[in-house]
Write a protein that binds this ligand. Structure first.
Ligand code: MG
Length: 256
């Protein structure tokens, strides 16, 4: 039996495309509105307002009990950070926002890491390297290739930038449910996975660290994932549609 994957119907794809576009617009609007001095709770509240304005709903709120509207992960937080009234954004911070929006029975899922000011060289390497890993993973997502080819491209790029790869969390199929098969790891070694076919929708999301790959979950909130050595981490995520030709990036930034 081939590994599980979901081929979406053209009708589903048109709804998924719209939900993904909405999610990308919330991501970009929120990143543009974030300011040093805001708490991450204020940023989460703002995200909730932006999502509500689209007519959609947060796909993360209450997912397995997650309390926030979005995930906000600052500096050494890798993913799944929750907006907090006691975390104030600093000018030198880097902030990852991960946003899921449900709209008309479909959903979008995308993430971005941004800063407020010129960053030191190693942080630039972290951010650029992680973004490049995402784009190289996407470039490998061609019809007829395997999930393994995406993983290999991400891994190769991470190595080239001397960044370590978080292994506990992976990309995934997406579209109607938040997490659909298959898993899309950011590293190789777990088999080649399913063959890529038109109609598959995948979230590719490298989570790369400057220091150790090792992470730990905050015992107090049960969600926040931090690097074990306290060095910083970045996370970028796009949702793509496999087509007969090049993959279509469903969460590309607005061009208008
Ligand atoms: Mg995701």
């Amino acid at each position: 039996m081939p590994p599980a994957r979901i081929i979406h119907t053209p009708e589903e794809i048109s709804r998924i495309r719209r939900a993904a576009m909405i999610t990308a617009s919330v991501r970009d609007d929120l990143a543009a509105m974030a300011r040093p001095g805001m708490t991450t709770f204020e940023l989460d509240t703002l995200a909730g307002e932006l999502i509500a304005r689209t007519g959609g709903k947060s796909a993360f709120k209450n997912y397995c009990g997650f309390p926030g509207n979005i995930c906000i992960s600052v500096n050494d937080v890798v993913i799944h950070g929750i907006g907090r009234t006691d975390v104030v954004l600093n000018e030198r911070d880097i902030v990852s926002i991960d946003i899921g929006v449900k709209f008309d029975g479909a959903l979008g899922d995308t993430a971005l890491t941004f800063g407020f000011t010129e960053q030191p060289a190693d942080i630039k390497r972290l951010m650029n390297g992680t973004q490049n890993a995402l784009m190289e993973g996407i470039a490998a997502a061609r019809c007829g290739a395997f999930v393994h080819d995406i993983s290999a491209a991400v891994e190769k790029c991470a190595r080239r930038h001397k960044l370590s790869i978080v292994r506990e969390y992976v990309g995934h199929g997406c579209g109607i449910e938040l997490h659909e098969p298959p898993q899309v790891p950011n590293y190789t070694g777990s088999g080649r996975g399913p063959r890529l076919e038109p109609g598959m929708v995948l979230c590719i999301e490298p989570m790369l660290n400057l220091g150790t790959e090792s992470v730990k979950v905050d015992r107090a909130d049960g969600w926040t994932v931090r690097t074990r050595d306290g060095q910083w981490s970045a996370h970028y995520e796009h949702m793509i549609l496999i087509t007969e030709n090049e993959p279509e990036i469903l969460t590309w930034q607005k061009t208008m």
